[in-house]
Design a protein around this ligand. Structure first.
Ligand SMILES: Cc1cc2nc3c(=O)[nH]c(=O)nc-3n(C[C@H](O)[C@H](O)[C@H](O)COP(=O)(O)OP(=O)(O)OC[C@H]3O[C@@H](n4cnc5c(N)ncnc54)[C@H](O)[C@@H]3O)c2cc1C
Length: 445
């Protein structure tokens, strides 16, 4: 039985937990903190470079973000980049690839031009590119056998487009936190929280096969598991989790940078993109598809049990799913994405999506990317009968925060951690070191 009471306990060793631990240890006077992770290493799930697209989303080429959302996301992306530049001591955490938004066909070309006029003032380095300029940057996108492809194309290009290894970034943040002088910063791996109880002066967290931990302030950044843990404490009862996974395919190196396409506004992040893989040299990764699966971890069928605990088949979820399935575009999209998982047929249908980006791609060049993807915990609001698209947070000023982080949760991790840092320090009567924080992030928390 452990008798220490930490000031802050964080559940979850992904990018959300890692960035918050770093902030608390290096930019506040909180003295004792602990991060627990149920696996035997950090970033085992969605934050790992194999699980996500490694994109620093800043809203320029993501057509599902309106101007307001784009501006908001850009703030978080800036913090992430500032951290790599000024705080990580490891420039290999980021790689500059350049990012392109590709419009194919008359309608999309018009859309791309419109988008440029509505957001270009937010992105000084973003520029419009015609088919010839696309060919200069990405020959395999614009040309087939050395000649311009048949369909009309037009793009936006930002040379300041970055990929981030969010998994190694997590490791970096945690290592720095553990190096903080004169503080207690404990990191407990293979430590799964199984029960949270509110006590008179904080929380008691029972862990599987281990000690019971105590803290004054608790942060649950457990990815797809956060909702269930929240609900065991009576929070967010009217939400259900809708786990959206998806698959990637590997191809030889056909792209120099990241190439995104125009999204269907009803289906954010549904259109696949092509990205150089930071962790696999000479490889382009296409995807992800979007597949709803009743599991909380993509390659762990046992997590179906966890799904059952945080999905409630109520009138609200039924209404939401019914509305989704009623829409022809969404219905077809769901069927199409199930089809991608069928051997041989799946690869053939996926090729059609890839051809939009690289018109000369051959079936034999695509290889299913095994054990490469994660799960995005989208939430259904059962009261409103609505599917929420962005991140969600339950933070009611009562000493506990729950973070649910679908895409672009990794990009926004430092922005999200800063919000939690403010809440935690105010609650505990601690202070933020504004000067050191600003020196790293160039903004105040
Ligand atoms: C296919 C795909 C592509 C994506 N692409 C991008 C992208 O390009 N850019 C971007 O910004 N975002 C992207 N995302 C989203 C991004 O990966 C996530 O938002 C981010 O990784 C979430 O980080 P997290 O730390 O909140 O959760 P996770 O990384 O899931 O970490 C949660 C941790 O909590 C641990 N845990 C869970 N339960 C317990 C417990 N009871 N006790 C102890 N530990 C527990 C888990 O083991 C896990 O390590 C993508 C996601 C997917 C699935």
């Amino acid at each position: 039985m452990e008798d220490r009471t930490y000031e802050v306990l964080i559940i979850g060793g992904g990018i959300s937990g890692g960035t918050l631990l770093y902030d608390l240890a290096l930019h506040s006077d909180v003295q004792s903190m602990c991060l627990i992770e149920k696996y035997d290493h950090l970033d085992p799930l969605n934050s790992n470079a194999h699980s996500n697209s490694q994109t620093l989303h800043c809203g320029d080429i993501e057509t599902n973000y309106n101007r307001e959302k784009a501006e908001h996301v850009r703030g978080g992306a800036d913090m992430m980049l500032q951290f790599v530049n000024n705080g990580s001591g490891d420039q290999t955490l980021k790689r500059n690839y350049g990012k392109m938004l590709l419009g194919v066909g008359e309608e999309e070309v018009a859309f791309v031009k419109d988008r440029f006029s509505s957001i270009s003032d937010l992105y000084p380095t973003l520029r419009e590119i015609n088919a010839t300029e696309v060919a200069d940057i990405e020959p395999n996108v614009a040309l087939v056998n050395g000649k311009q492809r048949d369909d009309e194309i037009f793009g936006l290009y930002n040379p300041e487009g970055w990929a981030i290894d969010y998994g190694r970034m997590t490791d970096n943040c945690v290592a720095q936190a553990q190096g903080a002088k004169d503080k207690t910063v404990d990191v407990k791996l293979s430590t799964e929280a199984i029960k949270i109880t509110r006590t008179e002066d904080g929380f008691e967290v029972k862990v599987k096969h281990g000690d019971t931990l105590h803290c004054k302030f608790l942060v649950v950044s457990a990815g797809t598991y956060s909702l269930h843990l929240a609900q065991t404490m009576g929070k967010g009862k009217h939400f259900s989790v809708l786990p959206v996974s998806g698959s990637f395919y590997f191809a030889p190196e056909v792209l120099n940078g990241k190439v995104y396409t125009v999204q269907n506004p009803k289906l954010p992040f549904a259109a696949i993109h092509g990205d150089p893989d930071m962790t696999k040299p000479n490889t382009t990764r296409f995807g992800p598809t979007a597949l709803m699966l009743p599991v909380l971890e993509r390659f762990n069928a046992k997590t179906a049990l966890g799904f059952m605990e945080s999905f409630h088949f109520t009138k609200g979820t039924a209404t939401t799913l019914f509305h989704l399935m009623k829409d022809k575009d969404i219905r077809e999209f769901i069927y199409e994405n199930i089809g991608y998982e069928i051997p041989i047929h799946g690869k053939k249908t996926f090729l059609k999506q890839v051809l939009k980006i690289v018109p000369s791609m051959q079936l034999d060049d695509l290889d299913f990317a095994d054990h490469t993807t994660g799960v995005r915990p989208q939430l259904i609001d059962e009261e409103k009968g609505e599917l929420l698209m962005g991140a969600a947070k339950f933070s009611e000023g009562d000493g506990v925060i729950f973070n649910m982080t679908p895409s672009p949760g990794a990009t926004s991790a430092f922005a999200n951690a800063a919000e939690d840092l403010v809440t935690i320090t105010e609650y505990l009567g601690r202070t933020i070191d504004q000067i050191s924080f600003k020196a790293i992030f160039a903004v105040s928390p």
